[in-house]
Design a protein around this ligand. Structure first.
Ligand SMILES: [Zn+2]
Length: 306
């Protein structure tokens, strides 16, 4: 175990390549990036623009620029692989989102083919089709979707993902806004039925960190993404309890914490997420595992990238 201090986090986006080079990495891999059909992205941005009172803070999106420019920005940062997380807020939407993200991944080589789903009768067939077509990660947003992850239409879908070993990023925590289906309870019920489901709990499960950490203790395929955690902005999503730090460190060392950023929908520079992780002072090995090794392994990227 290296006891060395972490390399210094990047102070601005221009410093990000120096950060991963200092770690001896070829770049970083980000499991929590949003690309979606432009009209839907505009609606998401309108939501953030207007949601100040609801979220409890202004949320000025830093990367509100056209899609091609955002791809260029990620390349300049050295994000060598990323997802395109899109998610439906109503039935009948997921399948066309999956078609869009598949086409996006086909034209953007760094993008890992990403899918989504919704509790509806067709879910099992379109998720199976997406996996057969090469989708390597899914996204489920319980807050925006407003659905119960225990819905009967999803039972076989979770089983399929578990059997196929295809990970699913789940926004299951109650931050920034709770609904009846967020928190470790409902998704914990899903894991009890599907203990091999490779779930990635977004935002470290904020603000119910401890409940989700307990689930990860029980189910060894549960992982976390770092999205917005420890940033100066994260206060509104719930403070991370100091007593959980050793468990976070251990999960990270075990390859169960993955870099996530929420690019482009963040109210600060990309560099700030990396700086916030470096500030934890868990050491260079920890940062290398989180920013590269663990996501590369989970998404089967190593042969492609090296
Ligand atoms: Zn997100």
């Amino acid at each position: 175990m290296a006891e060395s201090r972490s390399v210094r986090g990047p102070g601005s986006d221009a410093d990000v390549p120096d950060f991963w080079r200092a770690l001896g990495l070829p770049g970083v891999i980000d499991v929590h990036v949003h690309f979606m059909p432009p009209r839907l992205m505009s609606r998401v941005w309108e939501y953030f623009d207007s949601a100040g009172p609801l979220i409890g803070a202004d949320w000025p999106i830093h990367y509100k620029v056209p899609e091609e420019e955002r791809i260029t920005q990620l390349r300049a940062l050295g994000v060598r692989a990323f997802t395109s997380l899109a998610y439906p807020h109503k039935p009948g939407m997921a399948e066309s989102l999956n078609e869009w993200t598949a086409a996006f991944a086909a034209r953007v080589p760094e993008c890992v083919p990403t899918g989504t789903l919704y509790p509806e009768p067709e879910a099992l067939s379109y998720v199976r089709r997406a996996i057969d077509a090469g989708t390597r990660i899914f996204k489920v947003h319980l807050q925006v979707g407003g659905f119960d992850p225990r819905a009967s239409e999803l039972d076989e879908v979770w089983g399929l993902l578990a059997d196929a070993g295809v990970p699913v990023v789940v926004h299951a925590g109650s931050g920034p806004v709770a609904n009846g289906f967020t928190g470790p309870g409902p998704f914990g019920d899903v894991l009890r039925r599907h203990p091999r489901l490779p779930a990635i709990i977004a935002h470290l499960g904020a603000p119910e960190f401890e409940g989700f950490f307990d689930l990860a203790d029980r189910y060894d395929r549960v992982r976390f993404d770092t999205t917005m955690a420890f940033t100066d902005f994260f206060g509104g999503l719930g403070h991370f309890p100091a007593e959980l730090m050793p468990r976070l460190r251990d999960f990270g060392t075990a390859g169960r914490v993955l870099l996530g950023s929420d690019f482009p929908n963040i109210p600060y520079e990309y560099a700030h997420q990396l700086e916030a992780l470096a500030r934890l002072d868990f050491g260079d090995d920890w940062l290398r595992t989180v920013c590269w090794d663990a996501p590369a392994k989970l998404l089967h990227l190593t042969p492609v990238l090296s």
